[in-house]
Design a protein around this ligand. Structure first.
Ligand code: PLP
Length: 430
């Protein structure tokens, strides 16, 4: 259901303002309207019947599709260089829908191990209960990843920048490896957003986001989105559900009906419809606002983060700073390749005095907020080992790059001098 006019080859900042939106001829509203409706009046019984078979243009019910959600989906698809997108209720929902569109009970997924804590428990507990086994492998161990792939594997999953290890995924290598095994590479790009990296340009097939973070940008709404590159050959024999004719589709298949949009069509028509992981049009509207300021905000996030990281790197009370764009950082070269506009605004530090000092530091901040979130316009601080990654065993924590003394910072858009001053007074107390 794309309502796109070809607007030529527009640049990123322009797509962020206009992508996916055509001014509605009847009202001519400049801003994207919020279609706060559950359902749509059918033209007649024939049109209704064809919509239910995924044919023709039009909307049925907002659990499946909604015009405001569609603007958000088309805009982010354009920003990522994909062919289509499906917006859902959260980042977790985006990961569930993306991966279960590929894998069913009995199938397997290979994931890199430096992952968001919620993704780790989704994979290790809930997917396991659903009969989908996820193998976790060090994201830099390409032989290990290849070794974990077998006949049942349906996808490789990674994060652009691991949370909170900040491991930068070698997406070109991972996608080559996936494609050699006739598998899609699914990438969680929450920490980078399409402003800092477009994983599809490096070979990723499916991109997911928690739009809760930088895309919303103001810590106000939970949401997620799945973007499809449109490049994966679903008819390669490994994904029969994409090519089998279905009675509910008038004996057609997703590939036949939706062509290069088959993945999004299947995700929307099956899991989106059945699981009900719908995004509200109001949240989509907030994410559209977020996309419009994304380029400006990301620039400032990165500038502030670099300044604060450099300041802390030389601080006498700081043991170590992990931020890939610091000179001398082991990932500096990777960052130049994959993140030339900056490595985001999330980084970790270890302060002298270990766990106890870390706690005192967090309890002493005043301007910074101690919350379980990242990507807010406000600067946030968290102790991953006892919060976001508390469900992992000590060994799993180490494998995911979580250490006891580690503090995670998500640098916001305040004046950098004020962020520094608050960090400084908290460091003095710790
Ligand atoms: C927050 C986050 C998620 C989960 O997103 P929600 O919107 O909270 O469901 C997934 N991946 C990463 C990298 C995240 O930071």
């Amino acid at each position: 259901m794309t309502n796109e006019h070809a607007k030529g080859n527009l640049n990123f900042d322009t797509i962020a303002q206009h992508g996916g939106h055509d001014v509605d001829e009847s009202v001519r509203s400049r801003a994207v309207p919020i279609y706060q409706t559950t359902s749509y009046v059918f033209e007649d019984t024939d049109q209704a019947a064809s919509l239910f078979k995924m044919q023709g243009n039009g909307y049925i019910y907002s659990r499946n599709a909604n015009p405001t959600n569609n603007v958000f989906e088309n805009r982010i698809a354009q920003l990522e260089g994909g062919v289509g997108a499906f917006a859902v209720s959260s980042g977790q929902a985006a990961i569930v829908v993306a991966l279960l569109t590929l894998a069913k009970a009995g199938d397997e997924i290979v994931a890199t191990n430096a992952l968001y804590g919620g993704t780790f428990s989704l994979f290790s507990e809930t997917f396991q209960r659903f009969g989908v086994t996820v193998h976790f492998v060090d994201g830099t161990d390409f032989e290990g990843i290849a070794g974990a792939i077998n006949d049942k594997t349906k996808a490789i999953f990674t994060e652009t920048i691991g949370n909170p290890s900040l491991e930068i995924a070698d997406i070109s290598r991972l996608s080559n490896l996936a494609h050699e095994h006739h598998l899609p590479l699914v990438v969680d790009s929450t920490f980078t957003t399409p402003y800092l990296q477009k994983p599809i340009e490096f070979g990723a097939d499916i991109v997911v986001h928690s739009t809760t973070k930088f895309i919303g940008g103001h810590g106000s709404s939970i949401g997620g989105v799945i973007v499809d590159s449109g490049k994966f050959p679903w008819d390669n024999g490994k994904f029969p559900e994409f090519t089998e004719s279905k009675a509910s589709l008038d004996d057609q298949s997703f590939v036949r009906l939706a062509k290069e949009n088959a993945f999004i069509a299947k995700a929307r028509f099956t899991l989106g419809h059945d699981l009900g992981v719908t995004i509200s049009p109001f949240n989509s509207w907030l994410f559209i606002q977020g996309l419009e300021s994304l380029p400006l905000r990301m620039k400032q996030h990165v500038t502030n983060a670099q300044q604060i990281a450099e300041y802390l790197d030389g601080h006498e009370q700081v043991e170590w700073v992990n931020y890939p764009t610091l000179k001398g950082d082991p990932q500096y070269e990777m960052a130049q390749t994959y993140l030339p506009k900056g490595a985001g605004s999330i980084f970790t530090i270890g302060i002298k005095g270990g766990l106890e000092s870390a706690k005192t530091f967090i309890n002493s901040v005043k301007l910074l907020s101690h919350v379980a979130n990242v990507g807010d316009s406000k600067t946030l601080v968290l102790h991953p080992a006892t919060t976001s990654h508390a469900r992992l065993s000590p060994d799993e924590q180490l494998a995911a790059g979580v250490t006891p003394e580690q503090i995670r910072l998500s640098i916001g858009l305040e004046d950098a001098a004020d962020i520094k001053a608050d960090i400084d007074q908290a460091l003095r107390k710790s």
